[in-house]
Design a protein around this ligand. Structure first.
Ligand code: ADP
Ligand code: MG
Length: 567
């Protein structure tokens, strides 16, 4: 079928009932591309219709150097998604009832992420997007539909998806930036580093809901001399900045001096950022996990005994479950689950930590005997974590100098500038001993694996075999249950939630068998995605999935209230 056929079909449908749109499902050959209509919505208010365009490279003409490496491939696709978004927003107008007239690709933010909205190889560029087929009331608006599908879509293809229509310099800069950031991330561990913040990086954001860089006089980042390292990047050459070494690092400083802003940048340094974001070369170990208190969460069968023991009424903590965790038990569970999933760097902020989990000073040790305090505070475990498991920690701690004893590096933030105060902190620790008794025992303790039970991960409702939905970036509805991911700060895109929900269904169908432990299940799912792409976890091609990390998938599974694990 050709675009002419599509046009006449649409004109003929004018005035018909909305359901008759279902007839247009299929493939149409336009002069420059193929339009594929995969799914047609049943009414103008329902989830919009799903379309794809496939443009042969003989027309699109993207040079291979723009997508030959994995980093560049992801970055080019991300770039094209942004162009599509820009052009479609300009063109797509309101053409009637409900979602009528909408042409929309999955939205993007400050991070460059692998997404299924655009695919690219030597043969094709493929874009996947949603269309709100136009209606007045529940009647087809045939002429408007013909204009959208046969004029607007070709216009978008023309302006957003052909190499000759785009800014070649800008594309090259986009893919090179992502490739350089990936290079630094890959180099970190061989340099015994866990994070890097380039000089001149801009860390603060416009607001708590606007993640573009702060506009008004942000203080650019400048590394302290002692901590400065450099990377020789494949594209932009030498990049200098602050290297954070493995081990235990404290970030200290007065309130409002930029400590949390630095930590938040490190949290998101597991992802690449857009040119112009300010955090292009703020790069963190890919296995960094933000840890915080999260009271109220459910915890299922987690061995939290390294941190919590001898609960009142003799409750076991080696297989600890609760439907309503306290601040300290939730933080302990968050750490143990991060370790189970393979975390290598913990990022902790005093602002979001439970105080009794973080410190227990000399005076409190004297007043409340160790036997009467179930919690072994983080201060007594943070070194063992590194010594026994090679897991590093970066901790924002403006409130207690007790941590000086256990830190390898102490960075002070002052007027948004970092200073290396390690030596001073050591001298102070000698001069003013805390007289604390270490309460952590001889070693960290065990990380006990758990195997999820397949029946307990159930996406069905009484009406449907599988129903999963997402809201914003903090909730998945999985079957009859809502999973609250508000506290998971390293989820940055709604598409990651959509993909995580799909991965949970996929994992249940393929790998979760009551025997395989969670860490292996995560390995298998991530391996599948790495080799066959995100499309491998959905039944048909979707355009709204975004790659997530194993830690965020684990976080969703761990917060499923129906979850059960083997004993
Ligand atoms: P702290 O955790 O030390 O109390 P925050 O990181 O929360 O401080 O920062 C306090 C405020 O300063 C925030 O509004 C933040 O956006 C702003 N800020 C942080 N870093 C900078 C910077 N480099 N330049 C300008 N403003 C900044
Ligand atoms: Mg703070």
């Amino acid at each position: 079928m050709s675009d002419k056929n599509l046009r006449s079909t649409l004109l003929n449908l004018d005035g018909a009932g909305y359901k008759s749109y279902k007839n247009i499902k299929g493939n149409y050959q336009f002069s420059d591309f193929t339009l594929i209509i995969d799914y047609v919505q049943g009414d103008p208010f329902a989830a919009p219709s799903k379309f794809r365009v496939k443009i042969p490279q003989s027309v699109a003409k993207f040079p291979q150097k723009l997508y030959k490496s994995a980093s560049r491939n992801i970055a080019l696709r991300d770039y094209l998604a942004r162009q599509f978004q820009k052009v479609s927003r300009r063109i797509s107008s309101h053409r009637g009832t409900g979602k009528s007239g909408l042409i929309e690709i999955a939205p993007t933010g400050q991070e460059i992420l692998e997404r299924t909205s655009i695919l690219i190889d030597e043969r094709y560029v493929e874009a996947r997007f949603s269309v709100g087929l136009p209606a007045r009331g529940r009647r087809v608006l045939g002429r408007q539909a013909a204009a959208m599908l046969c004029e607007d879509i070709p216009d978008i293809v023309d302006s957003a998806l052909l190499h000759r229509s785009l800014n070649a310099q800008e594309i090259l800069h986009h893919v090179k930036t992502a490739e350089d950031a990936d290079y630094i991330r890959e180099q970190l561990s061989t340099r015994n580093l866990v994070a890097f913040v380039a000089n001149n990086a801009v860390l603060p954001r416009r607001s708590g809901i606007d993640f573009r860089p702060l506009e008004n006089n942000p203080v650019p980042f400048v590394s302290p001399c002692d901590l400065e390292v450099e990377f020789n990047c494949p594209n932009c050459g030498i990049v200098k900045g602050m290297g954070i070494k493995e081990g235990v690092t404290l970030i200290v400083g007065g309130g409002y001096h930029g400590k949390s802003t630095l930590l938040q940048s490190l949290e998101l340094g597991v992802y690449n950022h857009l040119p112009g974001d300010g955090r292009e070369f703020v790069v963190t170990s890919p296995n960094a996990v933000k840890i915080r208190a999260e009271d109220g969460r459910s915890v299922v069968g987690v061995d939290i005994s390294p941190f919590i023991n001898h609960l009142p009424q003799g409750r076991s903590t080696s297989h600890f479950s609760t439907t309503n965790a306290s601040g300290s038990t939730s933080q302990a569970a968050n750490i143990m689950e991060a370790l189970e999933a393979g975390g290598e760097l913990l990022l902790v902020d005093e602002d979001t930590s439970a105080t009794n989990f973080t410190i227990r000073d000399r005076r409190m040790q004297a007043l409340i005997a160790k036997e009467k305090e179930p919690i072994t505070p983080f201060i007594d475990k943070v070194r063992q974590l590194y010594d026994d498991y090679n897991v590093s920690t970066i901790l924002v701690m403006g409130g207690s100098g007790d941590y000086f004893e256990v830190a390898d590096t102490v960075i002070a933030m002052e007027d948004y500038k970092p200073y290396d105060v390690t030596e001073q902190a050591r001298a102070i620790a000698l001069k003013y001993p805390t007289d604390r008794k270490a309460e952590g025992g001889n070693n960290f303790g065990t990380i006990t694996p758990r195997s999820p039970l397949s029946k307990s991960i159930d996406p069905s409702t009484h009406k449907r075999d599988s129903k999963v939905k997402t809201r914003d970036i903090n909730q998945i509805t999985f079957g009859t249950e809502d999973i609250d991911l508000t506290a998971i700060e390293q989820i940055v895109d709604r598409g990651q939630l959509i993909a995580i929900a799909s991965a949970m269904v996929y994992g249940k169908e393929n790998y979760i068998d009551n025997k395989t432990n969670l860490s292996t299940v995560l390995d298998l799912i991530m391996e599948e995605i790495a080799t066959r792409g995100l499309d491998s976890i959905t039944d048909f091609p979707q355009g709204d999935l975004v790659l997530f990390r194993r830690f965020e998938l684990a976080a969703a599974i761990n917060r499923l209230r129906s979850l059960k694990v083997n004993d």
